[in-house]
Write a protein that binds this ligand. Structure first.
Ligand code: 3HC
Length: 295
């Protein structure tokens, strides 16, 4: 379409590398191949995870064809643009890499240092981090590359949620931010920009909301069902906050609250005791089969 041609000339991206074939990485890869129509290299340490991810992508594409949202031809084209690779070594000719591994600063620093060694000059180094400082991640790329680092924050499920929150590091150049915006728009997303502060806009507002719902439960204000139903039917939220916490993962919710508390020193971000206990018990929500609800 003329839209994607214009967008492509703005962002200049033809080839994307995605690090991490989990839920988020796979969703990003799929939407980039399907909607931005770029070639995608998907890297993960685990071959089993890669195979599982690509199978899931095929299932999602087939569902869209079945619903009449995508032609068989476009689905086949999207699938053919998705390729799995063993590691970042294969990213020698990508125009942008998006990292979507778990939220660990040492792990991200290691990945960004290898991206800086591998990507061609001028390529964008992006992170899907939900709470780690972009300025810290950019610093791991060395002074020449730091201006090309940017936060590219997607929301789960990536094919459904229409937002990308962009976070410039202190080091990010305006030109890189503009290209990142054009690429997110070519993926069909609406963009907001947040400064590099704890939790950015999205999790600074969402996590205290979820945390307060858990405190309401632990202090006996209402049953979990009534807390969720109040927000669902009273405010039109697609999921109540406790259901949403299970969906996101209670470990993720706790770790983001801890970042907010530690980096601001503000007691209003104190994580709920119940949340901490549930994570200790291994009740992580949907992914572990048990959280506030059973799955
Ligand atoms: N991948 C692709 N598509 C999916 C999907 C997935 N994993 N899950 C659901 N969908 C699609 C369905 O196929 C369906 O498509 P259709 O309308 O074409 O038939 C559509 O989404 C609606 O799905 P369902 O009918 O099965 O179920 P719901 O209507 O209950 O919607 C939901 C499911 C979209 C997940 C909805 O409940 C919702 O929007 N929940 C809130 C999600 C949210 O807030 N996400 C953000 C979390 S925060 C985050 O990610 C940031 C991080 O930093 C913490």
């Amino acid at each position: 379409s003329s839209f994607s041609t214009t967008a492509a000339s703005l962002h200049g991206i033809q080839r994307l590398g995605v690090v991490g074939a989990g839920q988020m990485g796979l969703g990003i890869a799929l939407v980039a191949a399907r909607t931005a129509k770029v070639d995608v290299l998907l890297a993960d340490n685990s071959e089993a995870q890669l195979a599982k991810g690509l199978k899931f992508a095929e299932t999602l594409l087939a569902k869209e064809v079945q619903k009449g949202k995508l032609s068989q031809e476009d689905a086949d084209a999207a699938r053919s643009r998705l390729k799995s690779v063993k590691g970042i070594e294969a990213f020698g000719d990508v125009d942008i890499a998006i990292e979507a591994v778990s939220e660990s600063l040492p792990l991200k620093e290691k990945i960004f240092a290898s991206l800086a060694d591998t990507l061609p000059a001028g390529a964008i180094l992006a992170s899907n981090t939900s709470s780690i400082s972009l300025s810290k991640i950019a610093a791991a790329c060395g002074p020449e590359r730091a201006s090309h680092c940017v936060g590219f924050h997607f929301f789960n499920p990536v094919p459904v949620m229409k937002l990308v929150e962009l976070i410039p590091a202190l080091q990010t150049s305006p030109e890189v931010l503009a290209r990142a915006r054009a690429f997110a728009e070519a993926m069909g997303k609406t963009v907001t920009v947040s400064q590099d502060t704890p939790g950015f806009v999205s999790n600074r507002l969402l996590m205290p909301f979820i945390n307060e719902a858990i405190i309401a439960l632990e202090t006996g204000v209402a049953s979990k069902e009534d807390i969720d139903t109040t927000l669902k039917l009273g405010m039109g939220h697609p999921m109540g906050p406790l259901t949403l916490a299970d969906f996101i993962g209670l470990d993720t919710c706790l770790s983001i609250m801890e970042v907010l508390q530690r980096e601001t020193g503000d007691t209003k971000y104190r994580p709920s005791v119940l949340l901490g206990r549930m994570v200790s018990a291994g009740w992580l929500g949907k992914k572990s089969g048990k959280g506030f609800y059973e799955y």
